[in-house]
Design a binder for this molecule. Sequence first.
Ligand code: ZN
Length: 243
Amino acid sequence: MAEEIGKSSSGVHNVFRLVKVPDQRLTMAIVDRLTLRVRDWGVGISQETGIEKALRKIGRLWFLAKQEEDELVAQGEPPRMSDATRRLLFALSPECSMSHPTRQLPQPHDIVALEDPAAGKTPAHRTGLRPEAPNPWHLIHLCRGCQARRGTGELTEAELRAARFALDRRPGAARHYAAYHDQVLLGAEEAIDMNVLGRVQVIIMADPELAAAPPYALNHGEILVDRAHGLLDWGDHPCEDEH
Ligand SMILES: [Zn+2]
C-alpha cells in the first residue's frame, strides 16, 4: 500500500493504528487505492456506486470525524502523558493550579493541556514534537470549575500559562523536577526529549542544595548525572548499587 501511494510504510501503518483522525491527503490516497479492491464499504458505498461517489462520501466522513475530534479537543479531552509526567504535575500542584479567592467544595480535577502558542506557527512535523509525550510545561492541573471558567473565556490562556510557570517557583519544585529528570533517563518516557530535559536541568541547577550533590550513576552505571553542571554522560560508569 505504502509503495503504491508513494508514502512511508510507518505513515500508512499509523493511519490504521493511532486513535486519531489521520491526515486528510494520506487518508484519501489510501481510500483511492482501496476503492480498487473493496467491493462494499458498508456505508452505502460499493464498487457499483462508482469510485468518484465513494471518494466524495469518504471525504465527507473524514470531515465529520475531524470536526468531532476538534470538538473533543476543545472540550479538554485528557491529554495522553506518561505516569512520570502525571506524577510531576500532581507533585508540583496537588490541587487545582489556579489560586481560588474563595474556598470551594472539592471538585473533580485533572490535568489538561494548555494551548501551545507556537503550535499554529510551526507545523508539528517540523518541530518533531511528539503529541504522545506532551511537554510538561504545556500541562496544568485544573478543577472542573476552572475548566468551565476557561471554556467561557473567564480564564485566559495567558493566565493559565502564567499559573503554570509560577508552579516552578513553588518551594520544593526543583526536587520534583529532579525526580522526574531521573525517571525520564530511566526510560519512563517513550523518548528522551532533550529540550525538556535541558529545561529541567536549569531548574535543578538553580537549587543550591540539589546542585551540590556529587555526580551519580543511573541504570547500573549507564548514565552519569552531574547536576552541578547539568551534564549527562552515557557510558560504562562505576555503579555503587549492590545488585
Ligand atoms: Zn480551580
